[in-house]
Design a protein around this ligand. Structure first.
Ligand SMILES: Nc1ncnc2c1ncn2[C@@H]1O[C@H](COP(=O)(O)OP(=O)(O)O)[C@@H](O)[C@H]1O
Ligand SMILES: [Mg+2]
Length: 254
């Protein structure tokens, strides 16, 4: 087989300039060493799954990338520039958006108001209205609930709202922290569908953190496995899904 087709195969090892690159990142909470020198690359257009058990450091990885947690050492670059020490809003202005663990929508505000808040870095009114409209086109269920308070939505609808809010800045890279957590099986399917559609239809690059490893591995091209702050494995998602230790630890097999 010619080399080029091997390289363009889904899940092949990345070549070229990554959109996002972490190298030897160490992040602490006081004395707690949460990330112990992790490295990771995301290429433009990919869906990357980051899986691992509770407390492995998945959320800390996303918080470090989006500027909410400062790494103590290591390099972190986005679109070819170092973003170590950059503020979250500065990073967001460069086209990165983060859907936090637990959704964090504003329960006392309406669906529309939540979307307005997502656009706080966008100054042009016309652009904000256009993006709210696009959000409603993508999530018709939110349109129907435009004036409803966020806190009265179901878990799955709140997750849609959290994603729609993150899309208000038209991100090139979307960080998703356990979007399927606590949802009914039907909503889990819907959310994974949405992630795939964002990637295919809008070309959004996605870094997806999940405890639901089998679903995440089914839609990702490549995957990374984090365990107690260290990167244990990386590779094409289908290979990770077939890895024996992954199957035992994260896919419920024995
Ligand atoms: N705010 C915090 N203060 C202190 N330790 C924390 C804090 N957040 C996370 N940790 C610790 O950092 C480690 C990684 O946590 P986290 O990134 O939340 O893991 P995951 O998202 O994979 O469940 C865990 O040992 C956790 O207890
Ligand atoms: Mg977490």
């Amino acid at each position: 087989m010619p080399e080029a087709s091997v390289l363009s195969r889904p899940g092949a090892a990345p070549s070229g300039t990554p959109m996002l690159e972490l190298s030897e990142i160490h992040t602490y909470y006081g004395h707690i060493h949460a990330l112990k020198g992790i490295s990771l690359k995301v290429m433009q257009g990919e869906i990357i799954a980051l899986i691992g058990g509770n407390g492995a450091g998945k959320t800390t990885t996303l918080r470090t990338i989006s500027g909410m947690q400062k790494p103590r050492s290591g390099t972190l670059s986005y679109l070819g520039k170092s973003i170590v020490g950059s503020r979250p809003d500065t990073i967001m202005l460069q086209g990165m958006s983060h859907v936090p663990e637990g959704r964090r929508i504003f329960g006392q505000l309406t669906v529309r108001e939540n979307l307005e808040i997502g656009a706080y870095t966008v100054s042009e009114r016309k652009l904000i209205d256009q993006r709210i409209q696009e959000g409603f086109d993508f999530f018709p269920r939110l349109k129907e609930r435009e004036k409803q308070l966020g806190g009265t939505l179901s878990g799955g609808e709140q997750q849609m709202l959290a994603i729609a809010r993150a899309l208000m800045v038209a991100p090139k890279l979307l960080l998703l922290d356990e979007p399927s957590m606590g949802l009914s099986p039907l909503f889990v399917e819907t959310i994974f569908d949405i992630v795939q559609r964002l990637n295919k239809e809008r070309g959004t690059t996605i870094l997806l953190v999940e405890q639901n490893a089998s679903m995440a591995l089914a839609i990702a091209q490549r995957a990374y496995v984090l365990q107690t702050g260290e990167m244990r494995l990386e590779g094409p998602a289908h290979e990770i899904a077939n890895n024996e230790s992954v199957r035992k630890a994260y896919l419920g097999e024995d």
